[in-house]
Design a binder for this molecule. Structure first.
Ligand code: HEC
Length: 133
């Protein structure tokens, strides 16, 4: 008799617990979905060209105004007009490195840069040090 009374009680308690748990999880999901800070950083993780350069080794070989191991950014910006073709060309050079355009000393490859990052950097150099400015 006792067992019979307890069984449904026990079952419904389990059921409620399961439901409660489910509801809580749903709320958690909702919260994560709403959090705009998280989503935002997922959509716009891109660092600026300057930040990317600051985080890399460019300045060991390049200076803004004067030649070091590589050409100055001003010279680079004077040589290449700001357009999609040049941005892509310089982005590839930043990623793959190479020599021949300024002399025999090769530019170091930066294979850790994505195409988009490298383009951002190339654009930044041409925009910031270009004659238009
Ligand atoms: C080890 C030295 C070194 C480092 C580090 C370096 N560069 Fe260079 N860079 C060079 C040299 C040397 C050249 C000239 C290459 C040539 O003659 O084609 C050059 C050329 C360039 C050019 C012009 C490419 C061309 O074909 O005209 C750009 C743009 C450039 N570097 C950007 C960068 C950026 C951005 C970084 C950092 C992510 C960087 N460099 C790091 C040495 C370096």
């Amino acid at each position: 008799m006792r067992k019979r009374l307890l069984a449904p009680f026990f079952l419904s308690a389990l059921f409620l617990a399961a439901c409660g748990g489910g509801a809580k999880e749903e709320k958690k999901d909702e919260g994560a979905g709403i959090a705009p800070a998280e989503d935002h950083s997922m959509v716009a993780p891109q660092q600026s060209g300057q930040e990317l350069m600051d985080g890399s080794d460019c300045k060991t070989c390049h200076k803004p105004e004067s030649k070091l191991v590589g050409p100055s950014f001003k010279d680079i910006a004077a040589k290449y007009e700001l357009n999609d073709k040049n941005v892509k060309f310089l982005a590839d050079k930043i990623i793959n490195g190479g020599s021949g355009n300024w002399g025999e000393v090769p530019m170091a490859p930066h294979s850790n840069f994505t195409e988009d990052d490298a383009k951002e950097v190339a654009k930044h150099i041409l925009e910031t040090y270009g004659p238009a400015k």
